[in-house]
Ligand binder design. Structure first.
Ligand code: GRF
Length: 208
């Protein structure tokens, strides 16, 4: 039996890195079609960097503060690091910087994001508070291709959870995070399916 070819991915984080952790766990399986070539954080103190190092992964902290207002200059360094590592697909996993067209165009169709809402509802921050305020009975998470508009772009997959009476933003976030950790590896697997162009996957909705 020939070993499966694992495609090199890069992960961008800013903080805790639990979705990155889910991708690390998925990539450890011999039949998972990806391996993590590099983890990059804009925040040198991101706890996720330590998790990645402990897993034996290559990491790089590229501090956005060094670049002042030059967001594209920061992204050029990130882009170079991704290319040096041979990355084919980029996964944003709690990456808290707004991207400029430089990076979104450079990786168009090859960059995924996970967002804690059922897009197009509740783009942006504080999604769980806003979902509770709106009184929705279903909430969830979305993996989508990244385009120039924040939290927009073709949807690869979504997972929904019920909003329960007595939910707080924290309890809702925890219920959704469990689903995020299932959804992201499943959505990435779908994008990497042999012979599938990433853009062509957006017509297939994945519910976990
Ligand atoms: C997740 O809720 C993700 O959907 C959002 O930011 C959070 C990151 O959490 N984009 P973690 O760093 O993956 O634990």
């Amino acid at each position: 039996m020939t070993a499966m070819t694992k495609r090199p991915i890069g992960i961008l984080i800013s903080g805790r890195g639990s979705n990155m952790g889910a991708l690390i766990a998925a990539c450890a399986a011999p039949d998972y079609p990806a391996r993590i070539a590099i983890v990059i954080s804009n925040n040198p103190d991101a706890p996720g960097l330590e998790t990645a190092r402990a897993a034996g992964l290559a990491t790089k902290a590229i501090d956005h503060r060094t670049f002042g207002r030059e967001r594209a200059a920061h992204e050029r360094v990130i882009d170079a690091a991704l290319r040096d590592a041979g990355v084919e697909v980029v996964c944003l996993a709690g990456y808290m910087r707004l991207l400029t067209p430089f990076l979104t165009q450079a990786w168009a169709g090859r960059m995924l994001n996970i967002h804690p809402s059922l897009l197009p509802s509740f783009p942006g921050l504080h999604t769980h508070e806003r979902a509770l305020q709106a009184g929705v009975r279903l909430h969830g998470c979305t993996v989508h291709l990244v385009t120039e508009v924040m939290d927009e772009g073709p949807i690869i997959g979504q997972a929904a959870v019920p909003v329960l009476s007595g939910d707080t933003p924290d309890s809702l976030a925890a219920r959704i995070l469990t689903q995020e950790h299932l959804l992201y590896p499943a959505a990435l697997r779908r994008v990497l399916r042999p012979g599938t162009h990433p853009e062509a996957t957006a017509d297939a909705l994945l519910c976990v």
